[in-house]
Design a protein around this ligand. Sequence first.
Ligand SMILES: [Zn+2]
Length: 236
Amino acid sequence: MPSTRKWFDDDAYLAQCEATVLAAGPDGIELDATVCYARSGGQAGDTGTLTLADGAVLTLTDTVYADDRQRILHQVEGERLPRPGERVAVAIDWARRHRLMRLHTCLHLLGSLVPAPVTGCGISPDSARIDFDLPESTLDKDDLTARLNALIRAATALKTTLITPEELAREPDLVRTIGAAPPAGTARIRIVEIPGVDRQPCGGTHVANTAEIGEVVVTRIEKKSRSNRRVVLRFA
Ligand SMILES: [Zn+2]
């Protein structure tokens, strides 16, 4: 099965690319390459535009994985679909994606401040949340906000490296999120590091430097269950 070249894995700042249509149907359009991040790991899928060979511009409403978790489906508004083999141009809504990248990276910082397993997270363009398995909550909104903004202002450059599943197995503590082990058969696993702060396998999109996140504010700390604490934040 032909797979999609995921440009967002190599360069989160790439906002457009050209591609050839592999298949197109009511579930979405498959391309041989894309800049669109497909919804996963709590991060929303990209929106944007798909420009067809005749110049028609389709609105991309979401990017998701098919049920097989392999194929990336670009969902578009309206009835018009491109033909298999057609060359198209894909462009993401960059302003929206950049907000997702900033908030996603901010959740790495937040995770470093709370010494508890992560049970889930969600990132939308306007706010982000992370759930911790934390029976006794000593978390304080103002304290977390101050410490987060200090980490952001430290202007630390992110680093990414690739390791093998065997190397990851030798460092099980790297996996912070319960149930988030990379799928079996993955040849290389991307490790995202904020030196001195956080290091973990992650397939999301990140900014290059923490300063790019900008000021944030922790708006809520909720008790979701006996052992689950949810922290919600947004841009200040
Ligand atoms: Zn990440």
